[in-house]
Design a protein around this ligand. Structure first.
Ligand code: BG6
Length: 498
């Protein structure tokens, strides 16, 4: 019997090390998330945050950098001076060249120079290139700072294909037990994504309809307005399929499609998600050609401002990398047989919006002969961002005497309005889960490898094809071929907000 999640407790003491401590992720997401948890009084009484990087900063320099980041990324009404001061006083920085043994000695000294009580926890957050994961873990082991209470957090991507993912998993697994490895997919920390589980399984009205008998199809869209920014080197080796589909979109699909676990526990949810990944229709070369569209943004207007093309952002035009993917797949099991799942994601699109839309079938019989007006099949929108919530589209009678005039109406639930609370960033939940040792919302090794097993034939097929991704003007919904992917099935993409 696995440990029940409620038994995960806050340790008295924690050393939280961020490798890549001066990087974008650390400053934009991790430190602000830890600050928010400190503000709520949720961090262990005795904790230190150690930033490790190649930068020459001393403790004071890193504190200044983090202070500036808090002022940029934390809302002004959440910046409480005594808490900020307390938080900054917990920060230390170490310049570490991974090849230099003397630097590792210094790291060892910092971690060992204070008592490590019975339930103290060391967290090693690797916000660095994945090729360094294995060697950093090995070093941590060699200098003797890994015990059974240590945890390592791996940022995606875990590898760039199945073989390299296995290599990373092997290397990290030589030092840490699987129960100590936390592979982050930050989409799982989003409030609306966690709420998907609650909506499905803590209510009764949806689940009887949640199958091929009543669901026509499902659309999952993650659309971004940003381009590749300063991440060209990483992104051009990844592309939208590896960067977004292999992880975030497949995770969303798993939560929509999975069977109810007996309870939400550290392994039970992950067991069900893996089953969905194994049930995905394999991508044969024909299926890749027929059911996937890849695109790349060209110059265009985003939010009214001109933006450069992908090649301009990258600085050269030889790339074959995609910044947009639309695809059709199926979950081949009893519940979902025959129901298409359409997935779509892209950069430099017309809006920033992530949404899951479940389209229900038409009523089996139309009993309003001569009814005027418009009807549309029911659909449930699960709004992931920017506004988190849910919207159910129904058909209603327009008030008034005479015949039936039918009109679509929507039931709207905005979490912000319903709960009148600040919705925490995904990392806030996930970092606390790491500190408390609860891996439920992290990707298990078999999950990552199952996702790569499904994705890899697509990459292989694309690598043999001479054509490049189809171009789409920035600020649009992607290449027209993506619209045709649905039109040929008699469907259209549901644009967010509609
Ligand atoms: C990251 C990707 O994992 O997720 C980025 O590497 C992407 O390319 C980001 O922009 C999107 O996250 P969010 O939370 O802004 O939707």
């Amino acid at each position: 019997m696995e440990q029940h999640p409620t038994s995960h407790v806050l340790p008295d003491s924690c050393d939280f090390t961020v490798f890549g401590g001066t990087g974008d992720l650390a400053l934009r997401k991790l430190l602000p998330a830890l600050y928010h948890r400190d503000l709520e009084g949720q961090l262990p009484a005795d904790y230190r945050i150690l930033g490790v990087s190649m930068s020459d900063l001393d403790d004071a320099g890193w504190r200044d950098a983090v202070h500036a980041a808090l002022e940029t990324f934390v809302a002004a009404d959440q910046l409480v001076t005594p808490v900020v001061d307390r938080f900054l006083a917990r920060l230390y920085h170490l310049r570490l060249d991974a090849q230099n043994p003397a630097d590792w000695d210094r790291f060892h000294t910092i971690l060992k120079d204070r008592a490590h009580p019975e339930n103290a926890v060391r967290v090693f957050y690797l916000a660095v290139a994945p090729r360094l994961f294995g060697s950093i873990c090995q070093r941590l082991d060699e200098i003797g700072v890994v015990d059974e209470r240590a945890r390592v957090v791996l940022e995606k991507p875990i590898g760039h294909d199945l073989a390299s993912a296995r290599e990373v998993n092997e290397a990290v697994g030589r030092v840490f037990d699987e129960s100590q490895i936390f592979r982050i997919d930050h989409y799982l920390g989003k409030e609306s994504v966690q709420n998907l589980l609650v909506t499905r399984f803590a209510n009764t009205f949806l689940e009887p309809l949640w199958n091929s008998r009543w669901v026509d199809h499902v659309q999952i869209t993650v659309s971004e307005t940003v381009g590749i920014g300063g991440r060209g080197e990483y992104y051009d080796h990844a592309g939208a399929l590896r960067d977004m589909v292999q992880n975030h979109l497949l995770q969303l699909l798993c939560l929509v499609a999975m069977e109810p676990p007996t309870y939400v526990g550290r392994e039970t949810v992950r067991d069900e998600k893996v089953k969905v990944l194994h049930a995905l229709k394999p991508m044969t070369p024909d299926a890749v050609d027929r059911d996937i569209v890849r695109g790349r943004y060209d110059v265009g207007l985003v939010d009214g401002a001109p933006v450069p093309s992908y090649s301009d952002d990258l600085g050269h035009s030889g790339s074959r990398t995609e910044t947009f993917v639309a695809l059709k797949t199926e979950v081949q099991n009893w519940r979902w047989a025959g129901v298409p799942f359409y997935l779509r994601t892209g950069k430099r699109m017309d809006r920033r919006a992530s949404e899951i839309v479940v389209f229900f079938k038409e009523p089996p019989h139309s009993m309003f002969p001569g009814a005027e007006g418009v009807t549309a099949p029911n659909r449930l929108h699960i709004l992931v961002q920017p506004d988190e919530g849910m919207r159910l589209h129904l058909t209603a009678k327009e008030p008034g005497p005479g015949g039936y005039r039918l009109r679509p109406v929507s039931l709207d639930l905005s979490y912000a309005a319903a709960f009148d609370a600040r919705l925490p960033d995904a990392y806030e939940r996930l970092l606390m889960d790491v500190i408390k040792g609860n891996p439920t919302l992290f990707m298990r090794r078999d999950e990552v490898e199952a996702a790569w097993t499904w994705t890899e034939p697509i990459l292989r097929r694309w690598s043999t094809m001479p054509d490049r991704p189809k171009r789409y003007p920035a600020g649009t919904t992607g290449p027209t071929a993506a619209a045709m992917l649905l039109e040929r099935d008699g469907r259209t993409w549901q644009e967010p907000d509609q």
